[in-house]
Design a protein around this ligand. Structure first.
Ligand code: NAD
Length: 296
């Protein structure tokens, strides 16, 4: 293997320790701790496991943590009333509504009801707008994790050719915007590829930093990677069930085994971008308190 492995699991530990330390200091000086409320509707097993991990991580870094578990048949009005309550609660700095929501609830209406200053997922149009004009308050968690991995691995970004595969609102679009802004871990020339792109191989081959978020296992071939490039594989694809463990076998969007012999840096799946998302959610919640205290 020639590529340096960028391990999300290790970077997560570094960042969580930094957050934990900062929480202690703020508590001592200002008598306040970040407060995060997680709102879960129903019992979708994947959602339950995501929320459980978010709660566990919030507790670990010393946050105040409030859990709201609502039944599947809760009305939209009740959910909106709950959001309104936490919008007004001074001890809560981050409101997280776990998606997806049941079909009878308008997801957009719910997400847009969250106070943009407590929108630690950064899905609210106000936060998307802030990001686009280069004045972000919160960065969306998965793209923020990707950028943090690039920075901490020491990958040069200034003037780099960045190619993003995927144009979703949660990964492709925001990471493209972030990488083209002036500033730390950015200032790159960005190309965005998607299902309408004519020659994906051509674009991938030009990339100094290739960020793939397509959700298509093995889409990017090793021969498409520029020698020495940094490859960030966001894709998480369930390609079967392990006979040994009974757990799903996860694969990324990049042909990792061959690509690692060509790339300069590469993220594994699992253990790459995945662990960074919840970590950046914690960072956003801490930052929300810091904004309130005038520390940011
Ligand atoms: P999405 O389905 O919303 O978007 C996929 C994008 O890829 C689309 O914009 C589409 O245009 C593009 N695409 C698909 N096939 C393509 C092809 N053949 N050629 C070029 N472009 C193509 O997906 P998403 O929500 O952005 O997620 C993408 C992947 O990242 C998924 O595997 C998802 O599970 C994973 N993901 C991981 C994390 C994490 O690790 N924390 C977070 C979010 C998403």
């Amino acid at each position: 293997m020639t590529a340096k492995l960028i391990k999300g699991t290790e970077i997560r530990e570094e960042i969580l320790k930094e957050i934990e330390e900062e929480v202690k200091q703020i508590k001592e000086k200002h008598g306040a701790v970040p407060g995060l409320v997680t709102i879960l509707v129903g019992e979708n097993p994947a959602s339950v496991s995501y929320v459980t991990l978010k709660i566990k991580t919030a507790k670990r870094v010393g946050f105040k943590e409030v859990q709201e578990n609502l039944p599947e048949n809760v009305s939209e009005e009740e959910l909106l009333a709950m959001i309104d309550k936490y919008n007004k609660d001074d001890s809560i700095h981050g409101i997280l509504v776990q998606l997806p929501l049941p079909k009878h609830i308008d997801e957009k209406k719910v997400l847009y009801a969250i106070d943009p200053d407590k929108d630690v997922d950064a899905f609210h149009p106000v936060n998307v707008g802030r990001l686009v004009i280069g004045e972000p308050k919160f960065l969306p968690c998965t793209p923020a994790g990707i950028q943090e991995m690039i920075v901490r691995a020491g990958v040069p970004t200034d003037g780099a050719e960045v190619v993003v595969v995927g144009r979703s609102n949660i990964v492709g679009k925001p990471i493209a915007i972030m990488m083209m802004q002036k500033g730390r871990g950015a200032n790159a020339t960005v190309t965005v590829c998607h299902t309408g792109t004519k020659d994906l191989e051509f674009h991938c081959k030009r990339a100094d930093i290739l960020i793939v978020a397509a959700g298509r296992p093995g889409l990017v071939k090793a021969e498409w990677i520029k020698p020495g490039a940094c490859v960030i594989d966001v894709g998480v694809n369930r390609v079967g069930i392990s006979e040994k463990t009974g757990k799903p076998i996860l694969k990324g969007d990049v042909d990792f085994d061959k690509a690692k012999e060509i790339a300069g840096w590469i993220t594994p799946v699992p253990g790459g971008v995945g662990p960074m998302t919840i970590t950046m959610l914690m960072k956003n919640t801490l930052n929300s308190l810091k904004y309130k205290l005038g520390l940011l």
